[in-house]
Design a protein around this ligand. Structure first.
Ligand code: ATP
Ligand code: ZN
Ligand code: MG
Ligand code: MG
Length: 461
């Protein structure tokens, strides 16, 4: 392993990713808070188990739920410590400042090797234009429907929109995003179009665009600065330029957004004459009062999502959170109490894994009514954790132009007005969310809701 074969690619809150300079591969490495010296906070054994757990969870739990075709679980790789240390030094100056509160794991020697999803794995059709990749972190796409959700506003305004106010107040971001996940998950082309447009205008950490594997559009490191849409149009222009006339910036962006929408709604079904089956939610769950959309547009009702499209798959997994954190928290307490009495049961109940087929079985075969049992409480907790993962994942849409005479399998092709693209859709970042984070989620929910109520009442006065 030579650190010069790898370069900085990106990072999130939990991990840092480097890409291979020649092969279409990335390495995902974990990160830790700086102040935690790595070996004091967790045992060596835990650190070693972390990456294999991530792979097991993605492969055995999330992949069966989200669909084989969307998930690439990757492989655990053992890395020489010397390589990891050199790599960590090499990439340090390229890391965005706002992420430098954490350091790369240079201690476990464990990494995750994945296909580079910003590239297209299909052959490249001899086109000179590199693939474009749009990464969307959609967040939660429905309103809680649980009777346990106590505050009225939780049934009217979605979590993302409420959280925006809280983040603004805490200085996390400088501007409110107008993106609303309920618009993206609506299945309505108009609402989805506006959702994506709002993401482009204020990407925060919900949108990134890559060209030929390089990041070309995302939120600026200096949060006060807005990314430049004109610059993006310059990048996009060669992809949406048609010989039959001049394309305005507006048309270029509009065609770009339409390609993204088509990919998000595509079911990979080659038989297009059949209208795909729809996943339909009642209207009460799909309208967010905070969405800046015009009422009339919302009132048209929602057409629902084609059943096998990537958004439907993610939404289905998110909806395993059907008690809301307020209904789940007492069950978490039931589990805690039980474990205090019978600590040895922790393994049998698979609280922290192993993430195997019997874990998935527990998730899937939860009784519909609370019979007061520990099994019910555990199953709901596991379901909630699956839903949390689905609320935090990202969608990668990668596409490249294909020539006029190129013959493609119909399901691999998008045809907006004029340009033809080959594309692929994947889901990434499917890490297990820790059991221990549930009390934190409970407190955070209260804080977000209370802050929202306070701030919106203040502005109404
Ligand atoms: P979060 O804070 O969202 O939980 P994370 O720390 O769990 O993020 P990831 O989202 O898995 O980390 O990875 C960080 C970034 O690296 C992603 O947003 C994406 O841009 C890039 N990335 C991750 N995996 C791949 C991949 N297989 N191919 C290409 N890029 C990737
Ligand atoms: Zn909303
Ligand atoms: Mg991520
Ligand atoms: Mg993550």
């Amino acid at each position: 392993m030579d650190e010069n074969d790898w370069k900085y690619h990106g990072e999130g809150n939990k991990s840092l990713v480097v890409s291979h300079v020649q092969h279409s591969r990335v390495l995902r490495l974990l990160k830790y808070p700086c102040e935690e010296t790595q070996n004091t906070h967790q045992t060596t054994e835990q650190a070693f188990q972390h990456i294999p757990n991530i792979v097991d969870y993605s492969r055995n739990v999330m992949k069966p739920l989200l669909g084989e075709k969307y998930v690439h679980s990757g492989e655990v790789v053992k890395l020489p410590l010397d390589f990891v240390r050199k790599l960590s030094l090499k990439i340090q100056q390229e890391r965005p400042e706002l992420r430098c509160d954490k350091v790369m794991d240079t201690f476990s020697g464990c990494g995750l090797c994945l296909p580079n999803l910003t590239h297209l794995s299909l052959c490249h059709f001899g086109d000179h234009r590199p693939p474009l990749c749009v990464e969307i972190k959609p967040k939660c796409g429905f309103l809680p429907f649980s009777r346990h959700a106590t505050k009225e506003c939780k049934r009217k305004v979605c979590r993302f929109c409420m959280h925006q106010h809280f983040k603004l107040a805490n200085g996390k971001w400088n501007r409110l995003s107008r993106y609303c996940p309920l618009d993206l998950f609506s299945g309505s082309k108009q609402r989805m179009y506006i959702a994506i447009k709002n993401l482009l205008e204020e990407p925060q950490n919900n949108l990134k665009i890559f060209k030929g594997g390089e990041l070309i559009y995302s939120c600026k490191d200096d949060a006060k600065q807005q990314p430049d849409l004109n610059e993006l149009v310059q990048h996009l222009w060669p992809y949406f330029h048609h010989s039959n006339g001049h394309q305005s910036s507006k048309t270029v962006l509009s065609e770009f957004i339409q390609v993204i929408c088509s990919a998000l709604l595509s079911t990979g079904d080659s038989n297009r004459s059949v209208e795909p089956r729809k996943m339909q939610l009642s209207d009460g769950r799909v309208l967010c009062e905070a969405s800046p959309l015009h009422r009339d547009l919302l009132r048209n009702g929602s057409p629902g999502l084609p059943k096998d499209c990537v958004l439907a798959k993610i939404l289905q997994a998110q909806m395993m959170d059907n008690l809301d954190i307020e209904g789940l928290y007492p069950l978490y307490k039931r589990v805690e109490q039980y474990l205090e009495e019978f600590p040895k049961e922790r393994n049998r109940l698979q609280i922290d894994g192993p993430y195997d087929s019997s874990f998935l079985e527990k998730v899937k075969t939860c009784p519909s009514e609370d019979d007061g049992s520990i099994e019910y409480a555990v199953a709901k907790v596991l379901q909630y954790r699956v839903a949390m993962t689905a609320k935090d994942c990202s969608i990668m849409i990668t596409f490249a132009p294909c020539g006029e005479d190129e013959k493609l399998q119909p399901h691999l092709e998008i045809q907006p007005t004029k340009s033809r693209f080959a594309f692929s859709v994947s889901i990434l970042d499917l890490d297990p969310k820790p059991y221990e984070s549930i009390p934190h989620q409970y407190k955070l929910d209260t804080k977000i809701v209370n802050y929202y109520l306070k701030s919106t009442i203040d502005t109404k006065e």
